[in-house]
Design a protein around this ligand. Structure first.
Ligand SMILES: C[S@@+](CC[C@H](N)C(=O)[O-])C[C@H]1O[C@@H](n2cnc3c(N)ncnc32)[C@H](O)[C@@H]1O
Length: 166
């Protein structure tokens, strides 16, 4: 029994490590910054919004409250479960325990990312290939490399936010 519990705990911890390897470790966006994210994103009701590596879904839930359809992928098991409990059963929400690299992003209007710079560099060609013109990308802390941002939100003592347009 103890061995089963230990194996389960290791498997769950392993999902956090896998998330770190595939894009960024689980570090949630600070709550005090979420209002800035929504303000910069200017979401309209019924827009399709994704968080690539959605953590516990707290950023997506704000977009859901604005009437958007939300889509999240998360690899770390416990954050995914929290996101699923928060949003997974809602009509306009889809939260997957899985990897966003294989996902089709072409129908999204707005993407939020809080990922490591190396993952952003890898993501740029995928975004350029798949997004429709006019789709917005909001990136927390780091801008998308080789992609001029159309707007930056800086507040002293807080991480910057970058908006890019496809
Ligand atoms: C820095 S955290 C940000 C979490 C959430 N977006 C937020 O802002 O609070 C990055 C998250 O992305 C997840 N992640 C990293 N690479 C991923 C991938 N390829 N597919 C799905 N989730 C991924 C990690 O497990 C981690 O929870």
């Amino acid at each position: 029994m103890e061995l089963v519990a230990l194996i389960l705990a290791l498997l769950i911890l392993g999902t956090y490590a896998w998330g770190g390897i595939r894009g960024a470790p689980w570090v949630p966006t600070r709550r005090r910054d979420t209002g800035r994210i929504v303000a910069l994103a200017e979401p309209r009701p019924e827009e399709r919004v994704a968080d690539l590596g959605c953590g516990t879904g707290h950023v997506l839930s704000l977009f859901y409250e604005k009437g958007c359809a939300v889509r999240g992928w998360e690899l770390a098991f416990v954050p995914w479960m929290i996101a699923w409990i928060r949003l997974g059963h809602r009509e306009r929400a889809q939260i997957s325990w899985g990897d966003f690299w294989g996902a089709d992003l072409s129908k999204l209007d707005l993407i939020y990312v809080f990922l490591m710079p190396e993952a952003l560099a890898k993501l740029v060609p995928k975004l350029r290939r798949e997004l429709q013109p006019g789709a917005r990308i909001i990136s927390y802390v780091w801008p998308l490399p080789d992609w001029e941002h159309d707007c930056v939100d800086r507040v002293e003592g807080q991480p910057p936010l970058y908006r890019h347009i496809a």
